[in-house]
Ligand binder design. Structure first.
Ligand code: FE
Ligand code: FE
Ligand code: ZN
Length: 275
């Protein structure tokens, strides 16, 4: 049984997301911990969190994959803005502790001309401050398309962050659109890409997937998501992903341009591909 779901609106609370997910055939989901294009976070309701934790367990959901705000850039050049981003990360992880055992994924950052090494150091500094040992949340670095000065378009960059942080509570979320755009050929050589991931990072660190088709060709460094089967990856690629022994038990999150009915169809499609 696959753990598959999509991005849901967090505005009605955590328990409501569990119910919505169930109504569209999902058994995991993603949500933004705060306004994805701003930084405001809603006040947390401990009772809602507790009810959601109970419901997730009763319904047999897989791990959730929360998503940090796009605006949180841990390696932005200006020191004040960088400190603000680091505070947002700390607050997000504190909030995630109310939903223990789940994942918190984020875009590592954009070094905005400071250079890859400086960017990686700054990301490590923020993560080292935010991640206390034994904290009940695993942070996931998302594989990026390598657009502009993005950190995380190469597996080596993710590995450098993980080595710099030196925590067990850190893994990787692989985004199918992003890795293809970044120049990893999952269409023709999924096994080869996973072997490369294993060589550089280690497959034991791969914790979740973002399932998106891509509007752009292989190696375009663009990052525009497409509906499953309508982009350059194609249904066959997703057939290979959902049946791959290394991938099939990971939480799979759709981030395609869809509303709920479209997501319900995509979830059903992915389930139908499972052998
Ligand atoms: Fe993302
Ligand atoms: Fe993604
Ligand atoms: Zn993306």
């Amino acid at each position: 049984m696959l753990y598959v779901g999509c991005h849901l609106s967090a505005s009605a609370g955590n328990l409501e997301m569990v119910k919505t997910a169930e109504s569209i055939g999902a058994n995991t989901f993603a949500f933004f911990t705060r306004n994805p294009r701003g930084s405001k976070a809603k006040e947390q309701d401990p009772e809602d969190c507790a009810l959601a934790v109970k419901a997730l367990q009763e319904k047999g959901f897989g791990k959730l994959v929360a998503h940090g705000a796009y605006t949180m850039n841990l390696c932005t050049a200006e020191a004040g803005a960088r400190a603000f981003a680091a505070d947002v990360l700390c607050d997000d992880l504190r909030r995630m502790a109310a939903l223990p055992g789940n994942y918190y994924n984020f875009h590592p950052g954009s070094h905005v001309g400071q250079g890859m090494d400086t960017g990686i150091c700054q990301i490590c500094d923020a993560l080292k401050k935010a991640l206390a040992p034994g904290y009940p949340v695993t942070v996931l670095l998302e594989t990026m398309a390598g657009k502009g000065s993005e950190v995380g378009g190469r597996f080596e960059e993710l590995k450098a962050i993980m080595d710099g942080v030196g925590s067990d509570n850190i893994g990787v979320c692989l985004d199918t659109c992003h890795v293809s755009d970044a120049g990893y050929d999952i269409v023709h050589d999924l096994d080869g890409v996973l072997a490369e991931f294993d060589r550089v990072v280690g497959l034991d660190k791969l914790k979740a997937l973002h399932l998106n088709d891509s509007k752009n060709p292989f190696g375009s460094h663009k990052d525009r998501h497409e509906v499953i089967g309508s982009g350059s990856l194609g249904v066959e690629t997703f057939h290979n992903v959902v049946n791959h022994p290394v991938l099939k038990n990971l939480p799979m999150i759709l981030e395609t341009p869809q509303e709920l009915p479209g997501y319900a169809k995509e979830i059903a499609l992915l389930r139908s591909l499972e052998k």
